[in-house]
Structure formats: C-alpha cells, structure tokens
Ligand binder design. Sequence first.
Ligand SMILES: [Zn+2]
Length: 111
Amino acid sequence: MKKPTYSGKCACGAVSYTVQAAAIGVIDYRRTDGEKTHEHPMLAVEREHLSVNSEEALCWEDVSSEGRQGVCRRCNARLFRYPNHSNKLLIAVGTLDGRQYLHEYLRRPQD
Ligand SMILES: [Zn+2]
C-alpha cells in the first residue's frame, strides 16, 4: 500500500513541511491558555517522518511540563508539538494543505 504524504505550512508560509508516512491518528489536543481551554485536532505521526523545509524559521519552545512546541518565528503559528515521554509528533491539523486526508481518516472503520 502506498503511504500518503502530507504537506503543510504556517500562515505566512515561512515554515513548510512534509510527512512521509501514514498518520497514526487524529487526537483532540487540549491546551489551557489562561482561563480558556482550547481544543484543536492534531495529527499524530512518527517523529522521524517529518521533514521541515525551513528550519531557521521554526522555533522550538518548552511548554511547561508538557513538552515542546514548534512555532513560526514570523507569524507565531503553532505547527508542531512534541509531547514528553513520547516519540510521536503532533501536527496542527489547521496547518496541513487541504482537508481531504482528515475526511478520509475519519471515514475509516474503527477496529
Ligand atoms: Zn509563519
């Protein structure tokens, strides 16, 4: 079976990336920002399958005890998250090119 390749970029386009593998899953990531809690879907992939095309535009920040997040230095978009104690990478679904991959994923039967 051919592995899908995902691609995406931040809002300003300074950071773009590709993923050379099938996604492991889609999760709803909860982030607390002051008093508000935001939930947003993130695509989980194996860390080694990510290629970032513009490393210099990407800044890795520590996020409390949760792990690290990859942020664009120019537009401040949060693209990636590395949870602690995991070799998985989470990608903000909103930064992926197109949405078809997600619809396809959600249509898969759960087993
Ligand atoms: Zn950007």
